[in-house]
Design a protein around this ligand. Structure first.
Ligand code: PEP
Ligand code: MN
Length: 586
């Protein structure tokens, strides 16, 4: 014997069904099915003994799918249950309301919580099958930026914490559910043994001829039989011109003589009439919490809305130094990035072969690099230049990272590369040419990996900071800024490495700042002095291109260092103190 509901553990339907069975002393396992249709099919075909169908919500109105299933399938309604839908915003442990960027919930729940969601203007709503699925997905993802609207029971099942309570537009809201059994249930079905309660209700769907007074005529039949209507709702009768169908619930049972005669009269007055059936009416208050006094919506929204950004009129309030005066430190594998650290990241411009990347990884690790870089998707000026090995390059870089024990860095050029890259690579690089690709910035802002954001070819310091703000505003706080040279009138060097940006960035922002002298000057022999200068001026780390055989490099060969060149630079750098910027002003 089983009772079925639509959804997974923690769905409201499961709670309602469990409650009904307990109240009637019926012991039956409850099983979640993927859709309402499958649930209705299972019950109508007697493969399950009971099911539950939502039919109405106090805020949103009729759940049309529920009534339509009742009209279509051979289901016998047994009892109505009004269930207070006490939505909470649930997140993973450590999550905070102000960091939530996505809210998963059933569409009905999203509608019930419209004012709450409007108050969370930094988060977008994502519909999903039911509240249980929403909670389960949040728990599985483990991302503090994603939350679910679901019941306190779902929080307990999936070990989630409540980030906000009172999420529905009115705390008195509830949903109506009908518990159903097969219309021709077997004698063993324990629901048959449940006696009818004192108050019964009947639901039906009808349509009337399209003429003045026909609806009033149908309803007056109920009035003439002193039948109390409980609900009336209409929708267009598709395929029948401007005709409408009406959903009606009223007090009484089809087995009452009075109701039976009213229905006989109604049948004559209606074009179509489907009697869904009679069932025990819910008596008293809806089940569930009722200890929250109703409050004004404005007050509720104000309570749950995140505090205003510290300097809302700044284009980069989250990136600004004031947002985290002591400075941000990142942990990437075993590597720390930030104040007091000087992080050397080395590797080829492009991953070219397994041997090339494995050799380079081993060589730079042996000389003191703590992270490995390598491009797989290359932003090349000419479409005929080597474009990178793509996903094969990503796998090779990941393999070299594992072999050498170094965390990895690689560039993403498009939104659709982000998730797959994040699954294999430790730091996602946004190249100079994409610094203001705002949709790409938002996408990496939603991934769980730190981002290395390079300064655009012609970007000001403030534009770089505003670009970083895009990433933080989507919930990813782990951003490293990178000065890599800008375009000036000077052509003696590939770019003009703007080392003056380092102290400026460190003053204006709490994010770590790296320097890429390789792209900054573009000439092998000038990389070395600029590495020294970058450390002296207060960079938190360097990004350096190294190749086993620079003249043969498939990209940026003029700036690539040999393993020996790299070793010499590492020895140089050991002589230079990291400048700790004691004078950074807030
Ligand atoms: C790179 O790091 O190889 C690269 C293409 O850098 P940038 O975007 O700074 O030109
Ligand atoms: Mn390069």
């Amino acid at each position: 014997m089983t009772a079925v509901y639509q959804g997974v553990d923690g769905a409201y339907s499961q709670l309602v069904l469990g409650h009904y069975l307990r109240e009637h002393g019926i012991e039956m396992p409850t099983v979640g099915l993927p859709s309402f249709r499958e649930m209705a099919t299972a019950v109508a075909g007697s493969r399950a003994d009971a099911g539950v169908i939502p039919i109405e919500n106090a805020i949103v109105g009729t759940v049309r799918e529920g009534y339509d299933l009742l009209a279509e399938f051979d289901l016998e309604p047994v009892a109505e249950i009004q269930w207070r839908t006490d939505h909470r915003l649930l997140g993973v442990r450590g999550a905070e309301l102000r960091d939530v960027r996505e809210v998963l919930a059933h569409p009905l729940v999203l509608a019930e919580c419209g004012a709450f969601l409007a108050g969370l203007d930094h988060a977008r709503a994502i519909p999903c099958e039911d509240t249980g699925v929403a909670a389960r997905e949040v728990a599985r993802g483990g991302n503090p930026a994603i939350a679910a609207l679901a019941s306190p029971a779902a929080a307990a099942i999936y070990d989630l914490i409540e980030l906000a309570t009172h999420c529905s537009d009115d705390p008195r809201t509830y949903s109506r559910f009908l518990v159903v059994r097969p219309r021709h249930a077997s004698h063993a079905n324990p629901l048959l043994a449940v006696g009818k309660s004192a108050r019964r209700k009947t639901s039906l769907i009808f349509s009337v001829e399209e003429r003045t007074g026909s609806l009033a005529g149908a309803l007056s039949i109920l009035a003439a039989h002193a039948i109390n209507g409980d609900k009336l709702e209409s929708k267009p009768y598709l395929g029948h011109g401007t005709e409408r169908v009406f959903y009606v619930d009223f007090d009484g049972d089809v087995d009452d003589a009075n109701v039976a005669s009213a229905l006989a009269d109604l049948k004559k007055a209606c074009k179509t009439l489907t009697v869904i059936g009679s069932y025990d009416a819910h008596i008293g208050e809806p089940i569930g919490r009722n200890d929250d006094p109703p409050r004004a919506l404005v007050e509720l929204v104000r309570e749950i809305a995140p505090p205003p950004a510290p300097i809302a009129d700044s284009p980069f309030p989250r990136v600004a130094r004031a947002a985290n005066p002591p400075g941000t430190t990142l942990q990437i594998g075993g590597v720390r990035v930030g104040d007091g650290e000087f992080t050397i990241v080395a590797g080829p411009c492009s991953v070219e072969s397994r041997e090339q990347i494995l050799d380079t990884a081993a060589a730079v690790a042996a000389r003191g690099a703590v992270m490995l870089r390598g491009g797989a998707f290359k932003p090349r000026t000419s479409p005929y230049a080597f474009q990178g090995l793509g996903w094969e390059g990503v796998s090779l870089l990941a393999e070299a990272g594992r072999a050498s024990g170094l965390p990895t860095v690689s560039e993403v050029m498009t939104i659709d590369q982000v998730e797959r890259m994040a699954a294999q690579i430790d730091v996602l690089q946004i190249g100079a040419r994409n610094m203001q690709n705002f949709d790409l910035l938002k996408a990496v802002g939603r991934c769980g990996r730190p981002v290395l954001l390079k300064r655009g070819l012609a970007a000001t310091v403030d534009e770089l900071l505003a670009a970083a703000e895009y990433i933080l505003s989507e919930g990813n706080p782990n951003v490293i800024l990178c000065e890599r040279g800008i375009r000036t009138y000077e052509t003696a060097t590939r770019n003009t490495l703007d080392l003056s940006a380092v102290p400026v960035l460190r003053e204006r922002s709490h994010l770590p700042v790296w320097v890429d002298p390789s792209h900054g000057v573009g000439v092998r022999r000038w990389v070395r002095p600029l590495c020294r200068a970058a450390k002296a001026v207060g960079a938190h780390g360097l990004l350096i291109e190294v190749h086993p055989n620079p003249p043969e490099a498939k990209s940026d060969k003029d700036q690539a260092l040999t393993f020996d060149d790299f070793g010499a630079i590492m020895r140089d750098l050991a002589q230079i103190d990291t400048w700790s910027h004691p004078q950074v002003r807030v």
